[in-house]
Design a protein around this ligand. Structure first.
Ligand SMILES: [Zn+2]
Length: 233
């Protein structure tokens, strides 16, 4: 199904009742989780986008139709003031839900690059680096990656990003299931590690065990040279 079909510059969007939506979810794939693209500004029709398949459709308050007295104009069109439709007119047409299967909960696709894992740098905060990852599964694999690398380093050189047993933790958002955040902890004296980690991942958006190791080794080498110089003066 097309997200929004266009015909002679008119945008046709399927509109379903709220009742149908609450039973069957997305009009295309039955996913229950959608993002609101327009505000419910008294029109009682909300443009939404499915998190799973990206289909856009309209959810109408129960008992409402695409009719004039409910905010639609005489032609059944509705103006959505949002960035997605850029203030264009859309033509919602009300239908019974086209896919009558029961709704299912949203699961983010577990995509992987050829090697390593996707890792979208977000920010460096006072005690952790924040990054978003592709899926819960990917988050767990990256946590394992950090644990393995920090264990190796902890035994060998006593250096790691954090002093605790958990170098990385995953944080899920109730609001937006696409935001799966990882927090990589660090203490102040390893700040340069985390900066290197940022530099090595920010552009490529990929993390690998080698990158984690490289960020740690940078710190070790730097410390050795600085300490060596300071102590032996
Ligand atoms: Zn969908």
């Amino acid at each position: 199904m097309n997200n929004i079909s266009s015909n002679n510059d008119q945008k046709f969007i399927i509109a379903v009742s709220k009742k149908d939506f609450s039973r069957h979810g997305c009009v295309n794939c039955n996913c229950e989780k959608v993002k609101k693209l327009s505000n419910d500004n008294g029109v009682k029709a909300v443009l939404v986008e499915c998190y799973e398949c990206g289909t856009k459709f309209v959810v109408l308050e129960d008992g409402f139709d695409c009719s004039v007295d409910k905010g639609f104009d005489a032609y059944g069109t509705l103006k959505f003031n949002n960035a997605i439709l850029k203030n264009e007119l859309a033509y919602p047409f009300k239908e019974d839900h086209p896919n009558r299967n029961p709704k299912h909960s949203y699961v983010k696709a577990d995509l992987k690059p050829e090697y390593g894992e996707y890792f979208y740098f977000n920010a460096i905060r006072c005690n952790h680096l924040s990054a978003y990852v592709q899926s819960k599964e990917a988050g767990l694999r990256i946590i394992k990656m950090f644990e393995e690398q920090t264990q190796k380093k902890a035994e060998k050189d006593k250096f790691c990003f954090v002093s605790g047993t958990k170098p990385a933790v995953m944080v899920l958002s109730n609001e937006n299931p696409n935001l799966i955040e990882l927090k990589i902890g660090y203490s102040e004296k390893y700040k340069v590690n985390i900066e290197i980690l940022r530099n090595l991942t920010e552009k490529t958006k990929i993390i690998t065990p080698e990158i984690i190791s490289q960020a740690q080794n940078f710190m070790i080498n730097l410390n050795k040279s600085i300490l060596g110089f300071v102590i032996e003066r």
